[in-house]
Design a protein around this ligand. Structure first.
Ligand code: MGD
Ligand code: MGD
Ligand code: SF4
Ligand code: MO
Length: 643
């Protein structure tokens, strides 16, 4: 039997897959050949996703903590007991501290509408604190909210004459997009990468510029200045869209190629070549990644690129513009049922979980986490863990495995995988709404988020019809007007319209200047800036516990430039200690000129407490951009030989 489904992971590509099922077992999966983005291929992370269903450690029964928090000691309990205890504790917390003492926490572990949104219904009805903010691309979302266009239909890419991959490792993080980039190249486009490191992607580009991390706004300013000075800025489009062109002129004025070279570390001739290519391409497409946003100047980065896409006139032509996030038309938030909201509860930014667990008033006393692993992925890991260790905090975690977060829970609930539930999803890299049929029944006692919502609501005595909706009804609530779930399920996907922004006066004009453009402050050269690029084999912390993925990734490794290694008397293969404040991680050193001097990289989000482990957020500190983007990449470490 072949069953149509889609990859639920937090990835731009949202692939369509076919699950091959024999005797109630998924024997293999393959990419759908006729999906215009998937084109028959799944990535190396997901190609044997079926192994996750029966992997050692898969959660198949509800668990209750028996040992101290974080000890990982649990005993199996029934669903009835798990839901009853959760309901009792939630009600006791509400009676003593008020409903705002409850906090839901969920992210993009799955992009499925049902799995992500159904459980919010309960928190809305109870009057719990609302979840706000995000941990990824927060700067881009902030600019989107201001009205900046930041997405194109990737299927337009072949029409671009220049593609700039600005801090995006396409071949590892969204490789299906490469097909469209390669098609543009076939038609004569140049591909330029801007990345402090040599990556799988930069190696395939026509030109690679390696800036010091965080200096991208200065690089963008130098290009913007060139557009204005050489008389090639699209002032007509600026008049229609831009509010602060004069402020922009002043802000970019200091950034000659030479001065930008001194700050970014890129030779002035290379900056000039990039600026000239950008000014003369008709059109240019900038594809920007998430890593350069993971800094306190994240919004300056996105704003600087949006300014370039506008002033370059690139939005005028198919294939041109700025691409960071592209969504189909789907109304995920309708499935959350905001209409059930009781009162006007506070909103807490999930990117500041550690702070909230420590300081919120009223305190957070009850936490439910699903589709996320914040103990590992939230910034300032030690602070998050201190919060999760609080004896007076009641935590429920829903996942497939006993993640670092789940180890800190009082109750752990087993979630169904994508093979075991029905769902639909949008995505953030194309305009298709995707459908997923269950291929096999739920394994063990695993339940979908919808089923958990219905069970917990009954225990809490919530009797609105929204709490009795089936997973199919929950999915239907997110569909655009006139769409039928049955049609979507039958076809497997449906593209929604992907209009380009109109070349007409904007009612609310855009700010392309965020103030003076400057190099970020950096500590002394004793410290290296530690970047945390995505692993080719993990999806954030997902798969970091899977033996096949671990074997392919190899042990955690920090990479230093030969100059930095020599200065510290360190050699290739040596165990080293990375230290930031009082926190440290031990890893193996790789010496390679693939990173620029002053920069160290450590790929992947490793689980804590494993034999070879490198939980990156142990080293990160409570720092965010003004819009709330966690500054994951502003970690400065000393590197010494491990004792
Ligand atoms: N294989 C794999 N794929 C994934 C994921 C994964 O974990 N693994 N995660 C998914 C998620 S959640 C996301 S958000 C996306 C992220 O996708 P990407 O944005 O492509 O991924 P990153 O590895 O975070 O960063 C891309 C590149 O930016 C560079 N970089 C770092 N700092 C700077 C800087 O200051 N300036 C510039 N110009 N470049 C910089 C890094 O060296 C890296 O090569 O990937 C998604 N896809
Ligand atoms: N230091 C550092 N920290 C980072 C980043 C970084 O680059 N460096 N990147 C940041 C970024 S870009 C992102 S997007 C975040 C990602 O942070 P998270 O969203 O926490 O991502 P994951 O670590 O993949 O954890 C997702 C969890 O969801 C679970 N899950 C999957 N499907 C389901 C389901 O159907 N139901 C339930 N209940 N659970 C499910 C998975 O098993 C997994 O444990 O991390 C951020 N943190
Ligand atoms: S992780 Fe991304 S590239 Fe891999 S199968 Fe899923 S959607 Fe496709
Ligand atoms: Mo992300």
């Amino acid at each position: 039997m072949q069953v149509k489904g889609c990859c639920p992971l937090d990835c731009q590509d949202s692939c369509a897959w076919i699950a091959h099922v024999e005797g109630g077992i998924v024997t293999r999966i393959e990419g759908a050949k006729d999906h215009p983005v998937t084109r028959g291929v799944l990535c190396t992370k997901v190609k044997n996703y079926e192994e996750r269903v029966t992997a050692p450690g898969r959660l198949l029964r509800p668990l209750k903590r028996t040992g101290p928090k974080g000890s990982g000691q649990f005993e199996p309990i029934s669903w009835d007991q798990a839901l009853q205890e959760t309901a009792n504790r939630f009600q006791a917390i509400i009676a003593e501290h008020g409903a705002e003492a409850l906090l839901p926490f969920s992210y993009l572990g799955t992009q499925g509408v049902v799995q992500r949104q159904a459980l919010y219904r309960i928190f809305h009805a109870l009057g719990a604190s609302r979840q706000a903010g995000g941990v990824c691309a927060v700067s881009a979302v902030a600019l989107l909210m201001e009205g900046h266009p930041i997405g194109i239909d990737p299927e337009e890419t072949p029409d671009a004459k220049l593609v700039i991959l600005w801090g995006q490792n396409v071949l590892s993080t969204c490789h299906h997009q490469w097909h469209f980039i390669a098609e543009a190249r076939k038609r004569g486009a140049k591909i330029i990468a801007i990345d402090p490191c040599v990556t799988r992607t930069t190696k395939q580009c026509d030109m690679h510029l390696a800036p010091r991390p965080g200096t991208d706004p200065v690089l963008a300013a130098a290009i913007g200045r060139h557009l204005l000075e050489s008389g090639r800025a699209d002032l007509e489009l600026a008049a229609l869209w831009v509010e602060d062109l004069e402020s922009y002129r002043q802000a970019v004025d200091p950034w000659s190629f030479e001065r930008a070279a001194a700050v970014t570390g890129i030779p002035a001739e290379q900056i000039a070549a990039l600026a000239e290519a950008f000014a003369s391409a008709g059109p240019a497409l900038i594809r920007a990644g998430v890593a350069p946003q993971q800094a306190q100047n994240g919004e300056d980065f996105v704003r600087g690129l949006s300014a370039l896409a506008i002033l370059g006139g690139h939005w005028r032509q198919r294939g041109g513009g700025l691409s960071i996030l592209s969504f189909p038309e789907l109304y995920d938030s309708r499935a959350k049922r905001l209409d059930l909201l009781t009162g006007n509860p506070r909103s807490l930014d999930i990117a500041k979980l550690g702070e909230h667990l420590e300081l919120a008033s009223p305190p957070v006393m009850g936490l439910m986490v699903w589709s996320a692993n914040p103990a590992l992925t939230n910034i300032d890991g030690p602070r998050v863990k201190r919060g999760l260790m609080r004896d007076d905090l009641f935590t429920v975690v829903i996942d497939h495995f006993l993640t670092d977060t789940a180890r800190h829970a009082d109750i752990v609930l087993p979630a169904t995988t994508q093979f075991e539930h029905v769902d639909i999803q949008g995505g953030w890299g194309h305009h298709y709404v995707m459908a997923n049929h269950p291929a096999i029944p739920p394994q063990g006692e695993a339940r979908s988020s919808g089923a958990i919502m219905r069970g917990l609501a009954a225990k809490l005595g919530l009797d609105h019809p929204a709490f009795r909706e089936s997973d199919e009804e929950i999915a239907t609530s997110a569909l655009p007007e006139g769409w039928k779930l049955s049609d979507l399920m039958e076809h497997g996907w449906r593209k929604s319209s992907a209009p380009r922004p109109a070349i007409a006066a904007l009612a609310k004009k855009l700010k392309i200047t965020g103030g003076a453009i400057a190099a970020p402050d950096r500590p002394s050269t004793d410290y290296l800036q530690l970047l945390n690029p995505k692993s080719h084999y993990f999806l954030n912390s997902t798969f970091a516990n899977m033996p096949r993925h671990q074997a392919q990734q190899g042990p955690p490794v920090v990479t230093l430039h030969s100059q930095d290694a020599e200065q510290r008397g360190l050699t290739n293969g040596l165990p080293v200690t990375l230290r930031s404040g009082s926190a440290e991680i031990r890893v193996i050193l790789a010496v390679s000129d693939a990173v620029r001097p002053g920069v160290a990289t450590l790929e992947g989000k490793w689980w804590d407490g494993e034999e070879s482990s490198a939980p990156m957020n142990r080293l990160s500190a409570s720092r965010w951009s003004p819009a709330g983007q966690p500054a994951y990449n502003e970690v400065f470490v000393t590197v010494t030989a491990a004792n």
